[in-house]
Design a binder for this molecule. Structure first.
Ligand code: PLP
Length: 345
């Protein structure tokens, strides 16, 4: 029986069409700017997001961290939501790579509100660190794939601009937000100085993220990428996967959202399991099994043995993510497995 892997949308494998595109890619030395396929991907990403230029980076973490370095000086303070990826899952690199202090502001399902951000912005004073950057995350990972309404982003970015802050969007799943709301990725991106997004998640590429910005900033980021060890050579083979992903896998993201919603509805029917179906906006479902007598690890193990992989996000609290490599039937099968494992636990 094949395993249904719902741990993350990073687990997707390249399709045969994508592999074909990779095999056929024209390549050159990208550190010399001579890889035509990378150049095409960078231009394509910039155009899609309405920015002047793009930069292909190995990972989303590197994309975010290059932007943090670009926007700050050591000792500066960056305002960010408390459960952001940059805080939780990037190995503390904001402090080690850029020497910045993170001002963690709690949000609701990961989403910040303008009044709390306004309070967090330091007023210039001899004693205080300088607040120089606001980072937002769209969709919010730990928030359960939650989506900032465009109006809230407008309020937050207006506020940041009034205080002279730089603006970075960790848009790892920005295309999921756009698929949900119908607001174009460019409409989100135009409100930020720098935007990063992942090709290797719901879009299904094996590797890679993009950063987009204006030409001057991308030039600086290109140098920073080299300094951080991310200068790559005949990497058109990977860029071809990214181009293929942008051409073929954007319009299908809505399917992942339908599947996630469907799975949430199946979970709702399982006694002892708590899930908020309303809060499922994109491709993630968070749920809890608060009364279980088993440990979180044991429950994960029981699911694994029964044929479903998922991640824990807290004590008896779990996350499942839908993606390119799972379909409606997998949702039905996973729903039945969860019912068996959790109902009797
Ligand atoms: C996945 C992710 C990233 C980047 O992670 P990589 O594994 O380095 O590609 C950044 N931000 C968010 C919100 C993410 O979910």
């Amino acid at each position: 029986m094949p395993v249904i892997d719902l741990r993350s949308d990073t687990v997707t494998k390249p399709t045969s069409g994508m592999r074909q595109a990779m095999a056929n890619a024209e390549v050159g030395d990208d550190v010399y700017g001579e890889d035509p396929t990378v150049n095409r991907l960078e231009a394509m990403a910039a155009e899609l997001l309405g920015k002047e230029a793009g930069l292909f980076v190995p990972t989303g973490v590197m994309g975010n961290q290059l932007c943090l370095r670009l926007h700050t000086q050591p000792g500066d303070e960056v305002i960010i939501e408390s459960s952001a990826h940059i805080i939780r899952y990037e190995g503390g690199s904001a402090s080690s790579m850029s020497g910045v202090q993170l001002c963690c502001v709690p949000g609701t399902r990961g989403l910040l509100s303008p009044d709390v951000v306004e309070t967090a912005i330091r007023r210039p004073d001899l004693h205080t660190p300088s607040t120089t950057l606001l980072c937002l995350e769209q969709t919010h990972n730990v928030g359960g794939g939650s989506v900032y309404p465009l109006e809230t982003i407008h309020q937050l970015t207006d506020l940041a601009r009034r205080h002279g802050l730089g603006l970075h969007l960790d848009g790892a799943r920005l295309f999921n937000a756009s698929a949900k709301t119908g607001v174009s990725v460019a409409k989100y991106a135009c409100l930020f100085d720098t935007v990063s997004f992942c090709l290797s998640k719901g879009l299904g590429a094996p590797v890679g993220s993009m950063v987009v910005s204006d030409t001057a900033r991308i030039q600086k980021l290109r140098r920073l990428r080299k300094i951080f060890g991310g200068g790559m050579r005949q990497v058109g083979i990977l860029a071809a996967a990214g181009i293929y992903a942008l051409e073929h896998h954007v319009s299908r993201l809505a399917e992942d959202h339908v599947n996630a919603k469907h799975l949430a509805q199946l979970l709702l029917a399982i006694p002892g399991l708590a899930v908020d179906v309303e809060s499922v906006e994109t491709n993630m479902v968070m749920f809890q099994v608060p009364q279980s007598s088993k440990s979180t690890e044991q429950l994960l193990e029981d699911c694994r043995k029964a044929g479903v992989l998922l991640n824990a996000v807290g004590a008896r609290s779990f996350r499942v993510v839908t993606h390119l490599d799972v379909n409606r039937e997998d949702m039905e099968a996973a729903g039945q497995i969860f019912a068996r494992v959790f109902a009797g636990s």
